[in-house]
Every structure is written in structure tokens, then in C-alpha cells.
Design a binder for this molecule. Structure first.
Ligand code: SF4
Ligand code: SF4
Length: 372
């Protein structure tokens, strides 16, 4: 697992022509290497063995309710910023078997089904997704009751961050201080320049890998170029979320008429929760076999936008779409802070892109904070 530590003070320089050796070094270290690969007009996390598996020659164009890949001749390896999947699923699995329950004569036996460990290196994790994972850690690894299923998966991750060189119109990490440069929570962080990568370590595991890479010392001019690139990326972000008045201002907006307006557009499809790197709602389902001898209990991702999610003890506490959108936004930006000491939004912009009707929380929040 990636401890939150300060990055190493001495980054190295890796020529782009040597990037295959970087992937090979991860595989030689026993890691299954995964990165964002082209799939069905977007990108999804999948196995990466060769440099050519990366989506080189493509970039993503994102707007509210719209995602497209476009060809580019930039030659950069990590020009596609993100797709619908964050790295959440590698620690908090979409479907996690918890127990197998088996009947034996007049008794039964319940056996926990902890996941089998598999060392996995995630190549190209964005700063906002690292921040999202840190939020998940707060939820699932709380001191007294760490979740053993999450903890097992999380311990096997080796996180290779990529500092963003371009921001999407939907990004607003800079306003939440969660990007575009990875600050913590990574094993290695890459900054892609035109002909080389700057690589710095952020954990002991990362520092141990560095000597196995064909690195040259990083000249001052490259460090300055990397800083300038990150600053330009932050400055290019046009969306932002102002947190100064939160959480109280959002609690005070509980009866604001804007909730009705957004509810009139919202389809309650749950896309925003499925793509969000911090949403952690889940349900538990029991799947019995046909002869009643064996059942599996599993944890599955759930969404606060479904009718069933608000059903508690014979009553639905969020029967209307308005109730559910209000619950989602208020939890993300207000009660999450009370609950976990941090915002539930890391500014990745996915909920804006993947909302089929283009509902945009960076528009909704200021509208809700205006007096009706
Ligand atoms: S609420 Fe939206 S922008 Fe914020 S972290 Fe979740 S998906 Fe990303
Ligand atoms: S806000 Fe958009 S993505 Fe979320 S439930 Fe409503 S329609 Fe679906």
C-alpha cells in the first residue's frame, strides 16, 4: 500500500525511448501492469505490456454530457486524461464476494472470501484519482474497523502517477487543491515532457524501483519545465468550486428552489455516482444456489439515486429525484466534510462528462448558494 509520504527530492530523467524498460522493470518486480487503454471509443484500465498498448496518438475531448477521443500528433504517451473509470475499483471492487454460506446437516458454515492478492501497478494515475483513493482510505480503513477486503486489495497497489500536462474543460482539481500535480499517495510520479519523463519517488517501494531504471540526473531546466507545465495546466482550468462557505451554506440551502430545477432535468440514472472516484455506497446481496445448500453474500456498488437506496424500514426516505440529487450534492460537498474531515469531491469532472443531460455541479453549487 502507498503510504502518504513526501516525494523524494531527487527526480531522475528517463528518455522516452527507454519507456519499455520502465514497464519491464515493473513486470520484473512481479507486478501486473495496468494502464488506460483504448476501448469502445473511450479508455478503460487494462493490461499494459508494451508501450504501444498506451493510447499514444489520441486525446480526449470532454464537455458536459459529451466524451470523444480525437487523434493528435503530439507524440505524447499520456495525452488522454481520463475515462469513465477511476482507480476506485482496484481497491473497492464493484462486486466483492464477502462470504460463502454452506449448509451441513442441521447446521451451516460461513466462510469469508478474502480476495487473492495480486501485485498490481497502475500506470498513469491522475492526481485527482490519488486524492479520490485517499478519500476511500478514510472510509474503508478507519482506525477501529478497517475493511479487510478493501485493505487486501489496496495493499497490493503500486501507484504510478502522471502529472497532468493538459486540463479538460470539465476539470476543476486546482480549485480543490487536489491536482493537477500529484502531491502525495503515489509510489512513483511521472512528468511527461516532449522527449523524456521526469520520475520521482514518493514511497519506499518507489525508491527501491528507481535504481533499476535507466535514469539520468534531471537537469535544472527540465525541473523548471515540469513546474511551468503544471502551473500552466492549473491556470487553464475554467471551472472551479468555491469551498469557503461550505459546509454550512449548503445546509442553509436545503429548501432552495434550484433543487426543483435540477431535479426536472435529472434522470436518476446514477451515472454520476458510478464514475465518481469517491462514492462508496454499496449494497449487500445474497445469491443462493438452486438447491438451497449454498449461498454467496456479496457487496456491490450502489447509488443514492436509485429508488431502493432510500428504502429503510418500510419507508422510502428519498422518494423524489429532488431528494436524491440534494442528498448526493449535500453529502459530497457538506456532510462529507463533517463525516470524514474532507470534501467528497476531488474535482475530476467525471460526473459532468458522463451525466447524460450535462448536469454540472460547478454550476449547481453557486446557484444554490445564491439567495433565492
Ligand atoms: S463529484 Fe464529480 S467531479 Fe467530484 S469527484 Fe465525484 S465525479 Fe469527480
Ligand atoms: S445528475 Fe446526471 S448522471 Fe447523476 S443521476 Fe442525474 S441525470 Fe444521472
Amino acid at each position: 500500500m502507498t503510504p502518504i509520504t513526501s516525494p523524494s527530492a531527487s527526480p531522475g530523467l528517463l528518455a522516452k525511448s527507454s519507456f519499455q524498460r520502465f514497464i519491464d522493470a515493473l513486470m520484473a518486480g512481479g507486478y501486473r501492469v495496468m494502464g488506460q487503454r483504448l476501448c469502445d471509443g473511450a479508455v478503460k484500465w487494462d493490461d499494459v505490456r508494451l508501450v504501444s498498448d498506451l493510447p499514444i496518438g489520441w486525446r480526449d475531448a470532454q464537455e458536459p454530457g459529451r466524451y470523444r477521443l480525437e487523434p493528435t500528433d503530439s507524440g505524447r504517451f499520456f495525452e488522454v486524461v481520463n475515462g469513465p473509470e477511476s482507480v476506485k475499483r482496484f481497491a473497492f471492487a464493484p462486486r466483492e464476494p464477502l462470504l460463502v454460506i454452506e449448509r451441513s446437516s442441521k447446521s451451516f458454515q460461513a466462510t469469508p472470501t478474502l480476495p487473492k492478492g495480486e501485485k498490481t501497478a497502475l500506470l498513469g494515475v491522475r492526481a485527482c484519482d490519488l486524492a479520490g483513493l485517499a478519500v476511500q482510505d478514510r472510509v474503508f480503513l478507519r482506525d477501529a474497523y478497517p475493511d479487510p477486503y478493501y485493505r487486501t486489495r489496496r495493499a497490493d497497489l503500486f501507484l504510478v502517477a502522471v502529472n497532468c500536462a493538459r486540463a479538460l474543460p470539465t476539470c476543476f482539481c486546482a480549485s480543490l487543491n487536489t491536482g493537477p500535480k500529484a502531491q502525495a499517495g503515489f509510489d512513483l510520479a511521472l512528468t511527461e515532457l516532449d522527449d523524456a519523463f521526469l520520475i520521482e519517488a514518493g514511497s519506499q517501494a518507489g525508491r527501491e524501483l528507481m535504481p533499476r531504471l535507466p535514469l539520468a540526473p534531471a537537469p535544472e531546466q527540465f525541473l523548471a519545465e515540469a513546474e511551468a507545465q503544471a502551473e500552466a495546466c492549473a491556470n487553464s482550468q475554467t471551472r472551479r468550486v468555491e469551498t469557503a462557505q461550505l459546509p454550512q451554506a449548503l445546509y442553509d440551502a436545503h429548501e432552495h428552489p434550484r433543487w426543483d430545477q435540477v431535479a426536472a432535468r435529472c434522470l436518476a440514472c446514477g451515472n454520476c455516482t458510478m464514475v465518481c472516484p469517491t462514492c462508496f455506497c454499496h449494497a449487500v446481496e445474497d445469491v443462493p444456489d438452486l438447491n438451497g445448500q449454498r449461498a454467496e453474500q456479496a457487496r456491490v456498488w450502489d447509488s443514492c439515486f436509485t429508488q431502493e437506496h432510500g428504502y429503510i424500514h418500510g419507508k422510502n426516505i428519498r422518494p423524489a429525484v429532488k431528494d436524491r440529487y440534494r442528498m448526493w450534492l449535500t453529502h459530497k460537498l457538506a456532510s462529507w466534510i463533517d463525516q470524514f474531515g474532507t470534501s467528497g469531491c476531488v474535482g475530476c469532472g467525471r460526473c459532468i462528462t458522463w451525466c447524460p443531460v450535462g448536469i454540472d455541479l460547478t454550476e449547481e453549487l453557486p446557484a444554490l448558494l445564491k439567495k433565492a
